[in-house]
Design a protein around this ligand. Sequence first.
Ligand SMILES: [Zn+2]
Length: 255
Amino acid sequence: MTALVAVPVTLVAAHWTRRGTERAADAAMVAGLGQSEAAVRAARLQGRTGREHALESDRRAACTEFLRAADLLVRTVRELPASPFEARREALDRRVTALIEARAGIAVLGPADVSSRAQDVLKQCMRLERLALRRAVLRSAVDALERHWCRRCNPEVCEDPHHGAAFVAWDLLAGWARLEDEERWEKLDFLEWLLEESRAFTADEVGQILQVADSVAHWDELMGGLVRDPLLERFHAVRDEFADAARGSLTTTAS
Ligand SMILES: [Zn+2]
């Protein structure tokens, strides 16, 4: 029983990090590898006395680990706009790998309803992961533009041309998804000029922002807002449902 070979976690992580494309397929594969590890652990449990207690304690640990991994991923997504562009992909991949491994543990240990809630959390996290890099570029741009307004004056009436450009670019980005396609095409050059004129960005950064602005898919989720942030709100909803289900099931089996 114990002769089964567990796939080293570092190997899985290295594989995951190397791959930049076909992320969904990779996720499925890595989850499969992780499950074989968890299966070995589960099999070992069977020989123990008091194995229900052991299972209970393993389930508790698996749920805690999964929540921790999900929360760390979200924290990374939140912090991504403030981190260097080159470091973002790797930071994200590391968190996603840990989350998928934690999810595999729950899939094996169960119970089924907790496992299915975990799947909802994972699904929402994968959506976060897919949007996170574009979101980071956009949010970091918005932050930089806001920093480049003047401290005390009203940006709408300020006469400093760089402050004015920063404000108009900010305004344009905020309403970008609501423009007609044709209008957006016409304004792309204007946006580029404003970004340069704001003096808030390097040439590379201007290029990154224009690349993101090229498609408006999921724009509201990328931008978020002062009051609402639909992407993270949905994450917190499924996360809380999972936490409730996990707490409920552990209390039931303990009594
Ligand atoms: Zn000003």
